[in-house]
Design a protein around this ligand. Structure first.
Ligand SMILES: *Cc1c(COP(=O)(O)O)cnc(C)c1O
Ligand SMILES: [Zn+2]
Length: 406
């Protein structure tokens, strides 16, 4: 097991804490010895065991089981959504509901591994910049681990549910008068200059290692098979890479035959990766002043842009952007046709799927899995804003009857 730079290919020993390549400052990836992972898996037992993040222990780069910090993340439902499939125009549609995690987003899968590594590397404090969910999750996992937690957020831009979580779990919350991209630059500097503070943004290569279990679980829940395509919302772009990596490792160990076409969706006001994919560009050009009501993907300068491009291009996937209006429409459709409540960023994957089907980019016969990343209650104010207000009456029975048109 070692770090490998995705640009220059240099390798580094995993016993030291690194965030980016010491030679060229590019992104690092964790590579496992997949032959030895394969030997550790008893296929019959593997098929019987129920899905959870730590079921895939041989694939997860932590040293000692006794140090693992877990709140029983993962094992989220993969709903088969026939009514929504019909509405969108595909034959087979599955929705992976990541709102079912302990703090209500997929970030918990990354934090179980990331906070465990913080303990292994002897950190006293963990830190992140966050649009909300990363801070909710880090606050909870650091509380469980007995570590102090610092979070930098864009002032006034964090959804209520996320703020409530970070606050109650006891994080030191610093709200800056700027956006997420600036918060990330500041926290990266803090962690580079202070060895005792461990950085847990998704530039940290261990977080995607936990998040790759989304790919493992989708395959597992389909009977160790791959869908044709996986659709994911993209913000900082660690997750699309992580899910790709999960399928890649399952293929390399002979568990599945194919890697799905990775398809990333961004909001129109924050779509630098979509622009790069459409232009066939090698680099992601940041968007200034990103804007969207989907705050979890309101990111103009995604650190993991290069990894997203690799995941999309290696699998012949694609990327598309959607408007806030399309996001809200998809959020309601999912809530009202399937009973699945998600925050706006999550609904981007459904909106993007619909758009790509309408454009003829995705064929009706494809078997599609859409990842919905966070719970409806993360952003309750948005949910109330976009829904019909309650009907107010005096407390009379007759008024109820007339209101119901009976
Ligand atoms: C973090 C997050 C995203 C974006 O994931 P990236 O890995 O940054 O691309 C999307 N939706 C929700 C709900 C999130 O919390
Ligand atoms: Zn390098």
């Amino acid at each position: 097991m070692f770090y490998e730079c995705i640009e220059c290919g240099s390798r580094f020993d995993i016993s030291m804490s690194l965030y980016t390549c010491p030679d060229c400052d590019s992104l690092l990836e964790i590579e496992l010895d997949l032959e030895s992972v394969k030997e550790k898996i008893d296929r019959r037992e593997f098929e019987r065991e129920c899905v959870t993040t730590w079921k895939y222990r041989p694939f997860l780069p932590v040293r000692e089981d006794s140090k693992i910090v877990s709140l029983h993340e993962g094992g989220t439902p993969l709903y088969s959504c026939d009514v929504l499939a019909e509405e969108i125009g595909v034959d087979e549609l599955y929705v992976k509901f990541e709102g079912g995690n302990p703090t209500g987003s997929f970030k918990d899968r990354g934090m179980t591994v990331g906070v465990t590594k913080a303990l292994e590397y002897g950190a006293d404090v963990v830190a992140c910049a966050s649009t909300g969910n990363t801070s909710s999750s880090l606050a909870a996992y650091s509380a469980k681990a007995g570590l102090d937690c610092v979070v930098l957020t864009p002032k006034g831009k964090v959804a209520l549910g996320k703020m409530a979580q970070a606050a109650l779990h006891g994080a030191k919350i610093i709200a800056i008068e700027d956006n997420f991209d600036k918060a990330l630059k500041l926290v990266r500097r803090l962690c580079n200059e202070r060895d005792e503070i461990y950085l847990l943004n998704s530039v940290n290569p261990f977080r995607p290692q936990g998040q790759k279990t989304i790919g493992f679980e989708i395959s597992d829940q389909l009977g160790f098979d791959s869908p044709d395509r996986v659709v994911v919302p993209m913000g900082n772009c660690a997750n699309i890479w992580a899910i790709y990596k999960g399928f890649y490792e399952f293929r390399e160990t002979g568990i599945v035959d194919e890697i799905p076409k990775m398809t990333g969706i961004q909001a129109e006001g924050a779509s630098p990766v979509v622009n790069a994919v459409k232009d066939g560009a090698d680099r992601v050009v940041p968007v200034e002043n990103p804007e969207t009501l989907a705050t979890a993907i309101r990111i103009g300068d995604p650190v993991n842009g290069p990894k997203a491009l690799l995941a999309i291009r290696r699998t012949e996937g694609t990327a598309e952007s959607v408007t806030d209006e399309e996001i809200v429409k998809a959020q309601k459709m999912l809530a009202r046709l399937e009973g699945i409540g998600v925050e706006p960023a999550s609904a981007a994957s459904i909106a993007g799927l619909k758009k790509l089907v309408d454009m003829g980019e995705i064929d009706r016969s494809e078997r599609v899995a859409s990842v919905v990343t966070g719970h409806l209650l993360k952003d309750p104010e948005e949910a109330v804003d976009v829904s019909e207000p309650p009907v107010e009456i005096t407390a009379k029975y007759d008024e109820i009857i007339s209101e119901l048109g009976l």
